[in-house]
Every structure is written in C-alpha cells, then in structure tokens.
Design a protein around this ligand. Structure first.
Ligand SMILES: Cc1cc2nc3c(=O)[nH]c(=O)nc-3n(C[C@H](O)[C@H](O)[C@H](O)COP(=O)(O)O)c2cc1C
Length: 298
C-alpha cells in the first residue's frame, strides 16, 4: 500500500495560517494540474485557482460551505463543470486526486460545497457558462491539534454539528482523534447477494481488505460514507446511498471520491483495473435508496 497510505495523513483542514502558498508549492500544484488523470478529458471539468481567498471569503458566506459557512482559506480551487452526474463523479475523482497529492506536500485542503454557483462565480470573477461544482480550500493548516471528530450527529442541524466538524469560533471543543468517525470495513461491502456482509477473512481471501481499510478514510459529504461495494467475480460494483437532503452534485462528488480511493488502492496492491461509469442496477435486490455509480473491472 503506497499511494493510499497518504489517506492516513489527509483530513479536512478548516483553519488556515494567514500565509499564502510558497512559490514552490504553487509550481507543484500548477504542474500537477498540467497532468490530470486522463479521465478528465472526457468531460468539461476544469480547475481555477483563486488567489485571494481570505479577501473573498466574507463575500462567499451564504454561498458555499455547510449551512452557508465558508471555510476561510488563503486560496481555493474552483472546480467547474456541467451539472451532469458523470461530470460530477469525475470532478470528485479528480478533485480528490489533487487533494491526496497536496497532502503529500503537507498542503491542507477541504472540500467545500457550493450552493449558489452563479453568485459565487460573480464574487470570484469567474466568467464561464459552467457551474462551480465545488471549491477546495488550499493553504497551510493552522494548528495540528484542532482536529475534528465527527460522529453520527453531524449534519443534523444546529451549530453543534458544525463544531463537531471542526469549525472554529463556534465552541472550543476539539477531539484529539486525527480521523473522523468511520465505519468498519465489512460494513460497506456485500458479497454474493445484496445485504450479505463478508467476514474479514473473506475479504482477506479476496485480497482487498487493505484497500477497503484505506478506502474508509475517504472524505465524504458530512462524513456520510455512503458507499456500498458489491463484490462479484471479475468486477466490483459501487453503489451509494441516496439522500433527499443532500444535493445531487454532492452525492456524485462523493461517488467520484470513492472511485478514486478504491482505484488507487487496487493499483497499490497490484490489481490493475478501471472504472466504467454505469447507472443501471446490475445486482438483484438493491433497495430503492441505493443507486449504482460505477463498475470496477479487473
Ligand atoms: C463533496 C464534499 C463536500 C464537502 N463539503 C464540505 C463543506 O461544505 N464544509 C466542510 O466543512 N466540509 C465539507 N466536506 C468535508 C467533509 O465534512 C469531511 O470530508 C468529512 O466530514 C470527513 O472528515 P475528514 O475529511 O477530516 O476525514 C465535504 C466533503 C465532500 C466529499
């Protein structure tokens, strides 16, 4: 497990030093974006760097972030694209690719949902027909100690859920745990039939236990971890649990993030393969509140 080990280091950073990125780090990110994963070429997804994040942040209040609370950061990447499920999945995939690469260089990041794309484009001076699918905050983490620890209560409304997500200046309650609450690996895998959870030994036999271990560290909207893998003989289907309260864009971004983590993990353990985006149910007995995202063929 090489690349995906970085997942242990990644976390959502919500407080940034009042310092802009170094020249070297700007070049690093710029160069990276010149070599984006090929899959992006099938889409209109593009990244725009926002230089003066701290200046723009107050104007973005109400337009982006959970409950309209923008995360103040020295810079942002705006991810632009069409509001289409395939496009949003690939935006999630490529956004997370950028995030893990930034983590390598100790650059802090956080996904930020954008609820008012048109107004946000105006604030950020972006002239484009495309939508801002998300922002990614970029900068140096302010404090290593103030880490969020998110539990099931997160996102149920009220400010306390925001505090649990590590928002500063609401209450000063922080946990030491570096990773937000996560499901166990067997919880999001089914084998043979929908609803049949494998044992850890089964997953070890399949050789994918380590991939799933890191996979569960992937970020997701309000830490929902909505993914469900269905293991078949030569493929693995990815489903996500639908939500009526979360935007379609956020659900598709979550899907793309999961696809990216899983693929990196599989490549790390030497199982070559690729995702095919598929939106029909290839599995019997899938409940209505799940939807097929893609199939990993190997
Ligand atoms: C698509 C997406 C949108 C997100 N939007 C926000 C956001 O608007 N504000 C925020 O504070 N965190 C946001 N997050 C970060 C998640 O809350 C975070 O990844 C999750 O709680 C797990 O915590 P961790 O990233 O520290 O492991 C978002 C994550 C994803 C994947």
């Amino acid at each position: 497990m090489k690349s995906l080990k970085l997942a242990e280091k990644r976390r959502s950073v919500r407080e940034y030093k009042k310092k802009t990125l170094s020249h070297e780090h700007r070049l690093y990110l710029n160069d990276l974006l010149g070599h984006k994963p090929e899959v992006v070429n099938q889409t209109h997804v593009e990244f725009r760097f926002i230089e003066n994040g701290f200046e723009k942040a107050p104007q973005l209040m109400g337009l982006a972030g959970y409950k309209g609370r923008i995360i103040e950061a020295p810079h942002y990447y705006a991810i632009l694209g069409e509001e289409d499920s395939k496009e949003c999945k690939i935006a999630g995939y490529v956004g997370e690719w950028l995030i893990l690469n930034a983590t390598k260089e100790n650059i802090g990041t956080c996904w930020i949902e954008v609820t008012e794309s048109e107004k946000a484009k105006e604030v950020l001076g972006i002239a484009s027909q495309k939508k801002i699918l998300a922002l990614i905050a970029i900068g140096y983490p302010k404090s290593e100690r103030k880490l969020s620890n998110i539990y099931a209560s997160a996102g149920k409304g009220g400010l306390s859920s925001l505090t649990e997500m590590g928002y500063p200046n609401i209450e000063t309650h922080y946990e030491k745990t570096p990773v937000s609450g996560r499901k166990s690996i067997v919880e999001f895998v089914f084998t043979e039939e929908w609803g049949k959870t494998p044992s850890l030994e089964d997953l070890e036999k399949l050789g994918i236990h380590e991939v799933l271990f890191y996979m569960r560290l992937a970020p997701s909207y309000e830490n929902r971890q909505p993914w469900q893998f269905f293991v078949k003989e030569n493929s693995i289907d990815l489903f996500i649990e639908k939500s009526d309260t979360i935007s379609e864009i956020a659900q598709c971004l979550d899907s793309g993030v999961a696809m990216f983590y899983f693929e990196v993990g599989m490549h790390d353990i030497g199982i070559a393969g690729h995702w095919e985006i598929m939106e029909y149910d290839a599995v019997k007995g899938v409940p209505d509140h799940y939807r097929m995202v893609a199939q990993y063929l190997y």
